[in-house]
Design a binder for this molecule. Sequence first.
Ligand code: DX5
Ligand code: ZN
Length: 249
Amino acid sequence: MTKPARRQNDETRPEILISPSILASNFVDLANELRSIESADLIHVDVMDGHFVPNLTIGPPVIEAIKKVATRPLDVHLMIERPELSLAAYIKAGADILGVHAEACPHLHGTLGQIRAIARDQGRTVRTCAVLNPSTPAEVLEYVLDGVDQILVMTVNPGFGGQSFIPAVLPKIEKLRGWIERRGLAIDIEVDGGIGMKNIALAASAGANVFVAGTAVFEQQDRKRTIDDLRRAGREAYVAGALERAKGR
Ligand code: DX5
Ligand code: ZN
């Protein structure tokens, strides 16, 4: 199995990472907005094509510009049809984590392999991420886990920031974390959509360890404090959830 690029403490205690989504930032002041989230672990970049989702955002040229000033890895979430046609452009632009939707990839195993192959050719280290819409079952990933460094479980229907968290997806996170722990894999589980202080503990105790937060971070003046609070709440709940799962085994 290809080892993930980032080391983790051990399989059951992965790092807790906060990934602010710049979709909620002020795009005309992006350089300052990026500076305001320098204490985050990742920068979440939402790419929407107006087809896979109704909204339209940014593509490789803007990501390349962000990469030049970013001090954190870029966590690029592709909400586009036929992502296999433009993987090379997103990797060249600077994606450090590259997420493709399972619903947009009839040959998901192949597409994930393509990400690793293109990264290798470009001399880059890119973590692969498979993304699941709320209605997509965990089982679509059952046979491709070896090709995945991160799983993004959508907690809203993708397309827009500022939507409400869908608690019905929590059992899917639990199921995926259970598979990962039982198989001794080092796969991150990311959640995206409506995440904030009110619900981060729910997602973390179910087994998520990477948290996208758009509105919850950018609506606050003190972003460093918000990021710290989210990370602390996520860590506490993740550890409590891991202990509960260990007891149940
Ligand atoms: C939704 C995007 C999210 C969005 C999250 O399609 O994938 O990353 O920006 O924004 P909030 O945290 O405001 O729900
Ligand atoms: Zn996203």
